[in-house]
Ligand binder design. Sequence first.
Ligand code: DSN
Length: 414
Amino acid sequence: MSHLRQSDPQVAELIQQESRRQASVLRLIPSENYASPAVMEATGSVLTNKYSEGYPFRRYYQGQEFIDLIEDIALKRARELFGAEHANVQPYSGSPANMAVYLGLLKPHDRVLGMDLAAGGHLTHGAKVSFSGKFYEVRQYGLSRSTGLVDYEAARAMAREFQPKLIFTGASSYPRTIDFSIFRQIADEVGAYLVADISHISGLCISGDHPHPLPHADVVTTTTHKLLRGPRGGMILCRGELAPKIDKAVFPGLQGGPHNHVTAAIAVALGEAARPDFTEYCHQVVRNAQALAQGLTDQGCQLVTGGTDNHLVLIDATPLGHTGKSLAVALERAGIVANANKIPFDPRPAEEPSGVRLGTPALTTRGMREAQMAQVAAFIGQVARDAGNATVLETVRGQVAELCAGFPAPGVAV
Ligand code: DSN
């Protein structure tokens, strides 16, 4: 960063400090990861200088001979990796990708059925505070109170009664497998589009650790920076016949010029995800999440649904004598970074919810395995028990730094 240091030492220094933070703490937010150095190089390239409104070989600006080839590579890799008929890699992130689906397939105030944010869904699946809950008529399905699993039959009954034009499946905080085939049946019964937002689990769908949303879903959306380890971006995959609607919704419906540097980095990340070591990485993410879940249970933590099938674990902090927020704050003091999150049927508000959400993608990228997950669980148990004891938190922080030093974070210069 020699140029940045010279031109803007203040920002350079803050980036350097963030690098040190990312290297020296345990990053357990399940939607975060470490992008590879190759992905970072593409993201920081001269492609940021170019406008390219339109799609490959059909642009509104000249000078696209290299940009077209780059986006074409990204599209081809996306189609091949997910077995999709059509791909669009231009959405700026996951929420704009979902917004483009609404814009492409619906008219304002059409009916949408999506998973409740409080049950682990996403803002863009119909939450009142989001565009999706404001511009569309929405009903929200959730979880079974007895099992904590998606209540498919309640969703089916709701769909029959409400007759939505589009059904969203997918979640941001759900530790179990989603059965896309049941949602396909429900969508067929009411004549709705089925959209699977696999932002959290896209890697697991590629590696076979989670059932694939295709061919069940008409449209699949995903971010590119979570398990996929790409740059911050979004992607839409769909059946060929929906391609014109989706592409027109992204551009010119919603966005202007694509972020070409991000497109190139997505191409790189998709190339990396096609390699066998990525499949092994995803298998390990799940093994690590299950080892973390077991370790936390051994430490006396109560987990939503008792464990996990995927990359994430949700602790109910209440039996530990915490709110999710108070536990997340104490964990951060000890160098363990997670996020406070609602648990199913949470009596507490979103600002001070009952749960803490943890995930293993970033630690697995550092090369940590089951033995380290047991250590991490022991740290978390210690912090939960002694959250008010600054000396204990400081001691754990030192142990965390020692553990992290043995597993260098790829692409993070310190
Ligand atoms: N904000 C993302 C997450 O943390 O899960 C979802 O979009």
